[in-house]
Design a protein around this ligand. Sequence first.
Ligand code: PEP
Ligand code: MG
Length: 565
Amino acid sequence: MSTTTTPQQARTVTGTGVVPGISYAPVAWKRDRPETTPRSTPVAPEDRPAEAERLTAAVAAVADRLEERASTATGVASEVLAATAALARDRGWRKAATKLVNAGTGAEEATIAAIAQFIATFEKLGGLMAERTTDLRDIRDRVVAQLLGLPEPGVPTPDHPVVLCADDLAPADTAGLDPALVVALVTELGGPTSHTAIISRQLGIPCIVAATGLRELEEGTLVLVDGTAGTITAGMEQEAARTLVEADAERLRAVREWRGPGRTADGREVELLANVQDGAGATVAARSEARGVGLFRTELCFLNADKEPDVATQSVIYAEVLDAFGEAKVVVRTLDAGSDKPLRYATMPNEENPALGVRGIRTAGRDEGLLTRQLDAVARAADSRSGAAREKVWVMAPMVATIPEAAWFARLCRERDLVPGIMVEVPSVALLADRFLEHVDFLSIGTNDLSQYTMAADRMSPHLATLTDPWQPGVLTLISMTARAGQAAGKPVGVCGEAAADPHLACVLVGLGVTSLSMAASAIATVGVQLGGVDVAACERAAAAALAADDAAAAKAAAVAALDG
Ligand code: PEP
Ligand code: MG
């Protein structure tokens, strides 16, 4: 991540490109939190009820506005806005703030202090809870601006296309963005799996995160954002920039028109599959060019459950996903509870280090019934299929680390006529992939966790995005070992982490010998177009170049040169 100046005075800020695409427009910065000056004296006792009233009214105004936006938005945007409005109205922080006001603190400072308490608690809890701190900060800033009678902070409402820049973006900032007006997102913080990246992917606009030095680009500066290279360039010749934008528009047209199956230019078929989390998502994914489901994250169905759903209830949920894909392959992942996805009924509370704790298959190590009941439910759902279609219900376990775990899991699956596989997320599995393959029928590489555990870097940390980058040659080497073991055993090896959705990385993965790629359904056509434009030999050259590089950025640059050159 750096800022460089070329002889033509073009300045380039570099970050981690997470959604490909090229846009050219002036920078518009997200408006910062308004400054507040602390009061020198406490609010007089007789004025405190009115001050509390002022706070209540400000919260209501902010929440009303968010709800109004939620009612006009659709889909995820609407859900995100409604959730932020609910958090604004949350009794917990409002009670803490009102208590402070009743003790003489001004409404603005009470809001800041009360929300700070909640942020500290959420950060301590870690994982998904820590991610909610962005929403809390967002609410704090909106309420304080309302109290001060200032315009709402956050995303400006432009009347011409802009590149939206920010330190970080809250869900409420990005929900409802118009991709005709906001043509790229660039943030100083955030990682490849951050909320900003997810929203950009949905909007189909390029996105770069972890771009330090971004602040040097002032409001109104014309910049070219290249979401593949991860660069934001100011001072470019307009003609050259426009040519690049047009070439990208051409690529997008090809993406819209692309039809599967996935295959390289010389005809090597690569199964392109969808990642889903429930029946509704599977129904949408089934309308894409996905040839099946490569990762059904079952734990996401139960995030709000207080107790374990019984076998019948579970099987209805699994059947919805199987039915959405008719007779096609569906890979069901058993509960990956724990760490950033705690389930009240399955995970251990208060672990010191939950990402290294009892998560994934380890929860079943403590309570085998959790796993066997889930497998019973999957088998029951699979029974609605017959013959060859039933054989396309595959099951895999997350966070496997040892061979006996894999053997135990495989036995439980086979007892139920389910095809067993495991995820490759822990480096020990990649290192011994050939021996794991003696027990299971397939491997699926979870590059999100494999990167986290290979690089010893928290995947949730916005500060470590360059380490948790699957382009890291160390991670690619483990993928290569796994794919080669699969080839030797004649068994499929897929990738179902975010890496599969990166079009250039997808080609590298094919060059390494991976047989299927599973990703958000919205990414499939982009990957399909890229694969269709290269032959296997080019993928292999790109893979060799990436493996030989010293770091993630060099690996990506070398692979892109080998593929596009
Ligand atoms: C992964 O780790 O790459 C993966 C697909 O699993 P999750 O992101 O759900 O942990
Ligand atoms: Mg994982």
